[in-house]
Design a protein around this ligand. Structure first.
Ligand code: GDP
Length: 176
């Protein structure tokens, strides 16, 4: 018989943002469908997730910074070939939000060579309601400014975790 590939489309997606905003937790929460362990993580490099979105079988290869963001040593090779970039901040840490507009988005401009790359802004840790330091409106305004999709989510409760990856995938499929 004929050998058919197990997916229709394959996308490379990156997670970026300050250390400890929850990048690895978001990735693991998305991959494992569980909230079991949520300990600080030392970089996981990348994970592969297959899912069906918009009737297509997708293979997402999602790259995490493996802690390299601490040393600001992410380079152009990390960004190469990415169709989607997820910019993550922690809604309880204002600095992680301002760093997105002042540091990370500039790096994306500099290194991401793909003009059609789809960007998604994610405010994580919304479960920590009483500690919130960045409002939903501020997040939404920055997303507009940077030309990103926008979600607030929690890697801990898994609120909105699947939706944000799925919306990103849908938008990538729509891209030229
Ligand atoms: P990274 O350095 O950006 O990859 O961040 P980590 O995934 O290592 O998370 C840093 C810390 O934040 C860990 O202690 C996580 O357990 C915690 N954390 C991550 N996401 C959430 C979340 O949505 N809610 C809460 N309350 N804690 C979280």
């Amino acid at each position: 018989g004929q050998i058919s590939s197990s997916y229709d489309l394959s996308f490379k997606i990156l997670l970026i943002g300050d250390s400890a905003v929850g990048k690895s937790s978001l990735l693991l929460s998305f991959i494992s469908n569980s909230t079991e362990e949520l300990a600080p993580t030392i970089g996981v490099d990348f994970k592969i997730k297959q899912l069906i979105v918009g009737g297509k079988r997708l293979k997402l290869t999602i790259w995490d910074t493996a802690g390299q963001e601490r040393f600001r040593t992410l380079t152009s090779s990390y960004y190469r070939g990415a169709q989607g970039i997820i910019l993550v901040y922690d809604v309880t840490r204002r600095e992680s939000f301002t760093n997105l507009s002042e540091v990370w988005s500039k790096e994306v401009e500099l290194y991401s060579t793909n003009q059609d790359c789809v960007k998604l802004l994610v405010g994580n840790k919304v479960d920590r309601v009483s500690e919130r330091a960045v409002s939903r409106d501020e997040g939404s305004a920055l997303a507009k400014e940077l030309g990103c999709l926008f979600f607030e989510c929690s890697a801990k409760t898994r609120e909105n975790v699947e939706s944000c990856f799925e919306e990103l995938a849908l938008k990538i499929m729509d891209a030229p």
